[in-house]
Design a protein around this ligand. Structure first.
Ligand code: PRP
Ligand code: URA
Length: 210
């Protein structure tokens, strides 16, 4: 099954992404922007949630309304940088559960090393949104999604802020059943596996390390 790749071109997302990329942006502002962009991305990525009818009594009558048809969601950040997107995502879907997958890229081989995995117990009943600001070689996202698939969730979507063409192709190939959403599609990776022009090291900029 071949799924969709969406580049979110909403003016608010694009404006915030420009500030996020700027080398002069402070840690606090960077952290706030990552959450704001995550919130806007979740707004768009949940537009296919199914609705059911509900009658609501207003002070003046009865309105035919729609409510979300009982779908359960889970957000799964890839540690560390994915954590920066969770608060914004939960602002829109406060009842969602949160799982965590800890992966870091080995600086020499650029391959992901897993150090933590804790997912919601009832993940089989949930639509999962994996969140990570950066999709570079794709190794981290591919491994995280493979881990989650072992637990048979209802569906998986991947949300990143910036994607490199290399990572996008690798992720589509490894997990063709996963919808991919990003705010920016960049040119390439450099020799150290960083996205160019990108925004630098997302984890370091969110947490103020380095
Ligand atoms: C970053 C980023 C992704 C990964 C992307 O994490 O947050 O998880 O790199 O690279 P890839 O697509 O080539 O796998 P990093 O490994 O720097 O760890 P951190 O979040 O703990 O800083
Ligand atoms: N991880 C980051 O944080 N930034 C990149 O450009 C690539 C991987």
């Amino acid at each position: 099954m071949s799924r969709k790749v969406v580049v979110m071109d909403h003016p608010l997302i694009q404006h915030k992404l420009s500030i996020l990329r700027d080398v002069e942006t402070s840690t606090k502002e960077f952290r706030d922007l990552v959450n704001e962009i995550a919130m806007l991305m979740v707004y768009d990525a949940t537009r296919d949630l199914t609705l059911k009818d509900k009658k609501v009594t207003t002070p003046c009558g009865v309105a035919d309304c729609k409510v979300i048809a009982g779908r359960k969601l889970a957000f799964v950040p890839i540690l560390r940088a994915g954590l920066g997107m969770v608060e914004g995502a939960l602002r829109l879907v406060p009842a969602a559960r949160v799982g965590h997958i800890g992966l870091y890229r080995d600086e020499k081989t650029l391959t992901p090393v897993e150090y933590y995995c804790k997912l919601p117990k009832d993940i089989e009943e949930r639509d999962v949104f994996v969140v990570d600001p950066m999709l570079a070689t794709g190794g981290s996202a591919i491994d995280a999604i493979a881990q989650i698939k072992l637990r048979n969730p209802r569906s998986i979507k991947f949300l990143c802020i910036i994607a490199a063409p290399e990572g996008l192709e690798a992720l589509k190939k490894a997990h063709p059943d996963v919808d991919i959403f990003c705010a920016g599609m960049d040119e390439k990776l450099n020799e150290n596996g960083y996205i160019v022009p990108g925004l630098g090291d997302a984890g370091d900029r969110i947490f103020g390390t380095k």
